[in-house]
Structures are given as C-alpha cells and as structure tokens.
Design a protein. Sequence first.
Length: 370
Amino acid sequence: MKCNLVLSPNNRGWIIEKMCHRLGEELTGLGCEVSIGDAALQDADINHFMMFTLIPGSLPARSTVAITHIDDSKRLEHARRAVETAELVICMSSMTVKQLVNDGLSRAKMCYVLPALDDGMRPRRIVIGLTTKLYSDGRKRESLLVRLAKEMDLSGFHFDIFGTGWDDVASILRQAGAFVTVTVDGKNAQEDYRRIRERIPHFDYYLYLGLDEGSMGTLDALAAGVKTIAPPKGFHVDLPHGITHPFWEYTELRGVFESILDERNRRVRAVKNLSWRAYAERHLLIWRAMLEGRTGDLPQLLGQESLDPLGGYAEGMEAHMAGERRRLWLRTLMRHRFPQARSFITRRLKRWLPVAVTARLTRRSVGKNV
C-alpha cells in the first residue's frame, strides 16, 4: 500500500510531526510505501492528513483526516468540513467521536485510534521505608517480611531501611527480587535522625511492623504526606486518617503489598498495548477496510460498536459534553471574535481620528496590556 502522510508546515517541530514520523516508520516496517509531504499525492492509495484544521478545500478520493480535540466552535466547523470531504476521519478518542456525533456528524464516517507512546518508559519500584532498629528477640516482627519474601515476588519494591540489625533480612528481600538499601545507625544520633527526615518524603509508603505503642517515624511520615502501612496499635489509633493500610497479621500484610503493587500495575497495563506498531496497525486496518469497501464493518473490526469509554468514565460524561457544547461558543468569542472585532475597531479609529489621538489611545492600550 502506498501511503502519503500530509503534514502541514505549521505542524512541524512538535507533537503532530512526531506522530507523523512514528506512524511513517512503523508503516514502512509493515511493508507500506510511505511518503511524508505537505500536499496530497494523486497516485497514493491513501492520503492521510495529520491535522484537520489545515486541510485544503477539496480532498482526493481515499483520504482520511486526523482529528485531535474540539474545544471551540471554529474547530468544530473544521471537523464538520473534514467529515464532509474526507472518506473517513480518525479521532484520538471515543469521547471526541461521541462529541461529534452529538453535534450531528455521521457516525459512519468516524472512528478512533488511541495515541501511542515511545518505548523505554519503565515503572519505578515502589519505595517502602522503614526506620527502626531490630532486636534479638524479634519484637519488631521482621519475620513477617521474611515470610513475605519467601512467598511473593518483590521485584516491584525498593526497601529503604534505616537502622541496625537488618543485614539478614535485607539479603532475603534481595533474593525475592527487591532492591534494598540499608543505612545503619552511626555514632551521632542527631545526624542519623537528620538523614531519616531528609529521606522520608521520598518514600511511597512508611512501613511499621511492631505491636508496641507505635512508631515515632509514623508521625514524620504523615507530616510529609507519606502513606502508611502499620498496625492500628498504640497512638496510631488516635491519628485521624493516619493509617492508610492497617493490618495485624501476615495474611493482611501480604494483601496490602499485593494491592499496592496491583494498583501500580493497573496504571502500567492501561498503556501496555499502545505501541507505535499497534498504532500503525490500526491505521492500516482502517485503510484496508476503506480500499475494500468495508468501512461499514469498522466498528466491529475495531471493537468500537459502543462509544462508552474504555476506561469506565461514562458517569457524568453526557452532562459534561452538554455543557461543553455551550462553552464552545464562548471560547470562540474569546479566542477569535473579540480579537477580530478589536482589530477592526482599531483600524477604523486610525482612519477616522487624528493621528495624535489614536497614538495616545494605542499607548494606553499597550500600557494596560503590559
């Protein structure tokens, strides 16, 4: 397939150009003949315009247009023209398709492809901070962490530990995949405490395992806005909203670690499949359906029979979109109509009033703007 990606000079140098080049690279890898230029090519199988606000008055057959967002009525008119003149428009979200459908545009001429992200971004480990020394009688219940390390993959965690006696536990945590740093107590207790306070704001969670009156480190963690994992024991129970994840025994502690890891991983999974290769494959699927005369099958082929948001944010969206339609007109006034009217009035005043008067008015206007 010969694909021509139309990139306006006005879109070079930032995100639209990046998307254009990433799409072109992946299409080439998929066996397409790709060109990038600032105008359509009559001999191309597909002409894809990267920005809907910058398309010419007429488009060749087999053209598609990318639509980003509609946040004023002028952009809505650009989108309307794109839908009318292109064979198909490709939005960036189900919400934009739904917004345009609600404004009366043809659903049959619209689909969406979610944007992609570059490779190389990796989730950082969840930092679990501990600030206690261990004792030979095991009163701090470090055995809970030892058991956790033997039963759970801890490669998603960084244990940042302050205190003496942690060497054996740290070794077991590392065997479970965790990254572990241990800062042992020095000869100057005040300097040790300064280091702890300096580090606490960088914890994701503050962990205390003991069943005594509570941990003074909990107070510092809460003052720094750090979430806590601790037993509801001692003065902990008198700290309103102080314990983020309360627990008593091992099964509860393991449940806490599994839940906070899953919370992080759900965010990662949300974009797991949004590669540039997948982005190009979706475009290719759309274009092949167009060339084969099967655009009517696209909702099924793309899994877009419903326009309910995949992230599950449907509640309240209709009310928001109804309000958004009212705001489009106001934004257009502020962005386009008022500046145009001001420019028109200024030109008329310069024509009708003496030069000295208009110069004085212009200086005042500039002074107010500054």
